[in-house]
Write a new protein. Structure first.
Length: 211
């Protein structure tokens, strides 16, 4: 994936996470989704065009379309007030495809950190399917936090390291990413659930966003 494009994937994921948490208005987020979606369609088209029929370069570039079409779909859907089931079921397709790209990065490209990152994206897009496709609104807060965190962990930070030349020790990076996911995303689950029987003597504490 283009390092610059990866930076803006992180930005739009953070923005969409804030939208799910009720911090950013939907139409305001839609415009940025359209910007990044257009970038993520133009970038792989160019990379494939200059790949000189190199299968590995084409493989690496092809996955970017999954994100470009997601953001374009989300942006247009928010502006047109469309039902979310379409983008939800497309997200299921992306989640399954991301597992394949993770396998390809681990076993064909030998890019272990991005093998782990593709697993992050598979998990996130599956959450989008649950929230947008199956209308499991109780997962909205959890999904918002996961989206915002993944924006930094899978987008902004790797892009910054790659652009500055500090992307080193790939095996250790892959292990660290996996450990982070297990600890943080598991810990987030109970923190984002509203209690079924809140204590009447005191106001509810913690997150104010709806689940």
């Amino acid at each position: 994936m283009s390092n610059v494009g990866l930076l803006f994937v992180g930005a739009v994921l953070f923005m969409n996470g804030m939208m799910l948490l009720g911090k950013v208005e939907a139409k305001a987020a839609a415009v940025f989704n359209l910007f990044v979606g257009a970038l993520q369609v133009l970038t792989p088209t160019y990379l494939i065009f200059v790949a000189d029929n190199d299968p590995k370069k084409i493989l690496a570039a092809s996955g970017i379309y999954l994100f470009g079409f997601t953001y374009l779909y989300v942006g247009i859907g928010l502006l047109a007030n469309l039902d979310t089931t379409g983008v939800g079921y497309y997200s299921l397709f992306v989640a399954i495809a991301a597992l394949g790209y993770s396998f390809a990065n681990f076993h064909l490209l030998k890019d272990y950190p991005f093998g782990a990152i593709w697993l992050y994206w598979a998990f996130l897009w599956f959450l989008f399917f649950l929230v947008l496709g199956l209308k499991m609104d109780r997962l909205t807060t959890y999904t918002g936090w996961v989206t915002a965190i993944e924006g930094w962990v899978t987008g902004v930070i790797p892009a910054g390291l790659l652009l500055s030349g500090y992307w080193k020790h790939p095996d250790e990076t892959a292990i660290a990413l996996g450990a982070f996911a297990v600890v943080v995303f598991v810990a987030l689950w109970p923190l984002t659930r509203k209690p079924h029987h809140p204590a009447p003597a005191a106001p509810a504490a913690g997150l104010s966003a709806p689940t």
